[in-house]
Design a protein around this ligand. Structure first.
Ligand code: SF4
Length: 326
């Protein structure tokens, strides 16, 4: 019986023969590490790019999106828990699509990019790497939608075939990461810097959970970190909370906290992105369902130049954060 070590993410699982790592989908089969979801997506959709959310990378274009099962985080509020908190053998729907077939399907659907999304693509790393390489050869772009709990070395290698990422920062608080997500903050921040160093286009998202990570000073520190370490031109998207999975005891969104976030972002010195940033934040504060988006648009246009703002808000109309496409 030979144990195998997985060095892909900071969990660094040592997996006994016949067992799986913390993510449920990387297993020890006969003393070899295998990814059980290679070539087996459980979710396949064509989404608007803004749904990732990416607002400044191929805006308005459709993106062929695939996800599998499993995750190396266990967020109590996970919006896609039916995928992420299950192993491959527990999935009701499993397609078969090897990398070249994914690229062919994307082309057939008129997409010029492929997104690895829905569950964290870190846990289907090899499938991403091979599909992204095939997509590159076919002239397509690759988008990595992640919470970025990954070790630096494998991330650097993967960056060679990635073009853009939306990275979700759960909180600027290590205790939150430990208690709500079963992970740590520092590797996520390191990964964001690595994306930047490797020339991958980065947009950051942040889901505001009432009472848990909505402290304004903490949000402000996160904003400052993004500005200082990633650059003031980094788009930043606030997402609204919806009660899901093991966190159904909280209200859908706390308007007051969201509005205070909007207010704060309006004052935060992000010279280039502030208005876009604000636009996204207003979308979050509106809670999408109530959607006084046209009023928000009118208010913004009366105080800011047209152009990028219009684009962000038009995109925001399409955007349902963390939804699986229906
Ligand atoms: S990717 Fe999975 S198996 Fe590998 S270290 Fe992370 S949780 Fe463990």
């Amino acid at each position: 019986m030979t144990d195998v070590a997985c060095d892909l993410c900071p969990h660094r699982c040592v997996i006994p023969e016949g067992a799986a790592g913390d993510c449920r989908v990387r297993v020890n089969l006969g003393g070899k590490l295998r990814a059980t979801t290679y070539g087996r997506p459980s979710a396949v959709h064509v989404d608007p790019m803004e749904k990732k959310p990416l607002y400044h990378f191929l805006p308005g274009r459709p993106v062929f999106s695939i996800g599998t099962a499993g995750c190396n985080m266990h967020c109590r509020n996970c919006q896609n828990w039916q995928l992420s908190q299950r192993g491959g053998e527990e999935m009701e729907t499993v397609h078969r699509a090897m990398p070249d077939e994914v690229v062919a399907l994307a082309r057939q659907e008129g997409c010029s990019a492929i997104a690895y999304t829905y569950n964290d693509p870190i846990v289907f790393y090899e499938y991403v790497e091979d599909t992204a390489a095939a997509a590159r050869s076919a002239g397509m772009r690759n988008v990595f939608v992640t919470a970025a709990f990954i070790n630096r070395e494998p991330l650097r290698r993967l960056c060679r075939v990635l073009d853009a990422t939306t990275t979700d920062v759960k909180a600027f608080d290590d205790r939150f990461y430990q208690e709500v997500c079963s992970t740590r903050l520092k590797p996520v921040l390191d990964a964001l810097v690595t994306f930047r160093e490797e020339g991958v286009w980065v947009e950051v998202s942040h889901l505001v959970i009432p009472t848990l990570n909505d402290d304004l000073q903490q949000i402000r520190r996160l904003c400052k970190w993004v500005r200082d370490e990633l650059g003031a031109d980094t788009p930043f998207h606030f997402l609204s909370f919806r009660p899901m999975y093991r966190m159904q005891n909280l209200p859908p969104h706390l308007s007051q906290a969201d509005r205070r976030s909007v207010d704060m972002t309006g004052r935060e010195p992000f010279p280039f992105t502030r208005r876009r940033f604000l636009a996204a934040a207003i979308g979050a504060a509106c809670g999408w369902a109530a959607l006084p988006m046209t009023r928000a648009l009118a208010a913004l246009q009366s105080s800011t130049p047209r152009g990028p703002i219009e684009l962000s808000l038009a995109a925001a109309d399409l955007y349902a954060p963390h939804d699986l496409a229906g």
